[in-house]
Ligand binder design. Structure first.
Ligand code: ZN
Ligand code: ZN
Length: 169
């Protein structure tokens, strides 16, 4: 049984026959009618979906894992580090023009250090973090500011770089 996935689009649990997975997400050779957790890969680090690597789904089956979300949230929300503004968000599919039309021009995003084509906008990072934070099964908490603003007793679960080292060049 697959655990419920967190869908920004409120679709709830994804059924294999209705899910639209982008090719990058599924390992080559995986049976699309029997998608297993290990077949679902984070679009940002290509890490497999595991119990300690929860996934949040955006539109069109793009997913970001809890590890990447921690880094993205820390970078964009806590550190407000210099970030790209000219990118297409993988999760909501909005580009610079879409954001400008929605009066979000100049909104920064986070780009995966491992996969430069994978970026996510700040809005999606916040929404995904909110969805995952609320889920008791996910065991994922929003990162808190190192300065300690004291808005939560929980520590971030995986602020460290726990990379698989997998790279397909
Ligand atoms: Zn990831
Ligand atoms: Zn987005």
């Amino acid at each position: 049984m697959l655990p419920a996935r967190h869908a920004l689009s409120r679709r709830g649990t994804i059924r294999a026959e209705t899910a639209v997975y982008s090719p990058a997400m599924i390992r080559p050779g995986a049976d699309p009618d029997d998608v297993r957790m290990a077949d679902v890969l984070c679009d940002f680090c290509r890490g497999p979906w595991t119990l300690d690597r929860p996934m949040v789904e955006g539109h069109r089956g793009a997913v970001i894992c809890g590890h990447c979300l921690t880094v993205a949230y820390t970078t964009l929300v806590l550190e407000r580090a210099a970030s790209p503004v000219d990118f297409d968000c993988l999760l909501c599919r909005e580009g610079p023009r879409d954001r400008a039309a929605l009066e979000r021009a100049g909104e920064p995003g986070w780009t995966s250090p491992a996969h430069a084509e994978a970026s996510v906008c700040r809005r999606c990072v916040k929404r995904a973090a909110g969805a995952l934070h609320k889920d008791p099964d996910a065991a994922w908490c929003k990162p808190v500011s190192p300065g300690g603003r004291g808005d939560g007793p929980m520590q971030p679960t995986a602020a460290s770089a726990d990379e698989d080292g997998e790279s397909d060049g």
